[in-house]
Design a protein. Structure first.
Lengths: 239, 111
């Protein structure tokens, strides 16, 4: 009797164990056996981090796309700005330029001064240069330099004793005014009857105008101090 | 008698394979420990039966309690970060081999 019940209970337990074994077999067969839980944890973590990375990268892609669009849009604006800047720089004389033009040479008179003559008439004055520069500008000169000193938007030409100051640099005779522009236009503009060059010639000063195929003008490299002027109209336009 | 036991085991296996139950992956570890405990209990029972010191209550309760305790401890260990299931594997494994050894000796003695 005891044996019988023992057998029955062992058999029942074996039945339960069989079920458990089968379930376990099925489970391990279904999930590959090499996928032990540690590995699964590791893989899960990896998956998580990779997913996070992917999300981050996706965001980055989006933001980069936005930036690209912005850049494309602003690229046009940048190009326009660059062009504008270059134009303004050329006008201001802050970048070196080259092109066809004329070279005007001026020197003091070689005629010896007679007693009673006004010595002022036999030398080149700052006003002479100023007038000539003005005439060149009127004739369409795009860039001008006197003895290599570039005339900028803020350049002065003034007398300093025996010398002349251009851009606060002392220059003396002989003077060479180089101007870039249409050489014919510039020359005829200077040679006009009643023009200043004519007057200088008449006074006996050495002048010559030479057409040049290519003139290279250096940029003005000194400081440009703008303290009081602030753009007003421009800002309004920009807005 | 042994034919009956093996028959029951086979019936259980077939039943288990036929059951539409798929154990979630995370629980396979605990299930394996439980199966190990069950195996230990069964062989312990067979050994006791051969030693003629078999106790039905001890056997049945041992089977279920060991199983649940083993799985439960393994689970606890995982929650605590201690690999307690290793302890269960070692203990049950050693006992399993002990029981098997004793059963083998009884069988040898018998025949």
């Amino acid at each position: 009797m005891k044996n019988k019940s023992a057998q029955i209970s062992i058999a029942l337990v074996c039945l339960v164990m069989g079920v458990l074994l089968a379930i376990q077999f099925k489970a391990t067969e279904n999930y590959q056996t090499d996928l032990i839980p540690e590995r699964i944890d590791e893989l899960t973590q990896k998956l998580n981090t990779v997913t996070q990375q992917r999300d981050a990268l996706e965001e980055e892609v989006l933001s980069l796309r936005d930036k690209l669009i912005n850049v494309r849009e602003t690229d046009k604006a940048m190009k326009d700005l660059q062009d504008e800047l270059q134009k303004v720089q050329m006008a201001a004389g802050t970048i070196p330029v080259e092109g066809p033009g004329v070279a005007v040479s001026l020197d003091d008179s070689t005629i010896s001064i007679q007693p009673g003559d006004n010595a002022n008439y036999s030398i080149i004055h700052d006003t002479d240069l100023l007038i000539l520069v003005n005439e060149l500008k009127a004739s369409g000169a795009e860039a001008i330099a006197i003895n290599g000193e570039r005339i900028t938007a803020m350049s002065e030409i003034r007398c300093a004793g025996t010398l002349i100051l251009v851009n606060w640099t002392k220059i003396g005779p002989p003077f060479v005014i180089e101007a870039i522009g249409d050489p014919d236009m510039l020359q005829s503009g200077l040679m006009l009857n009643g023009g200043h060059l004519n007057t200088l010639k008449f006074l006996g000063l050495q002048t010559s105008v030479q057409k040049m195929e290519n003139i290279k003008l250096q940029a003005y490299s000194g400081p440009m101090k703008i303290t009081y002027a602030i753009p007003s109209q421009y800002q309004e336009k920009a807005e | 008698m042994w034919v009956f036991v093996i028959f029951c085991l086979l019936v259980g296996l077939v039943l288990g394979f036929q059951l539409p139950v798929l154990l979630p992956l995370v629980y396979t570890k605990y299930m394996s420990i439980a199966v190990l405990a069950a195996l230990d209990s069964v062989f312990g029972g067979i050994r006791a039966y051969m030693e003629e010191s078999f106790d039905n209550v001890i056997f049945i309760s041992g089977f279920f309690v060991n199983m649940l305790l083993a799985a439960g401890l393994a689970y606890m260990g995982d929650r605590l970060g201690v690999e307690l299931y290793l302890a269960a594997v070692i203990v049950f494994g050693v006992r399993l081999f002990n029981n098997l050894g004793i059963i083998r000796r009884y069988l040898l003695k018998k025949h």
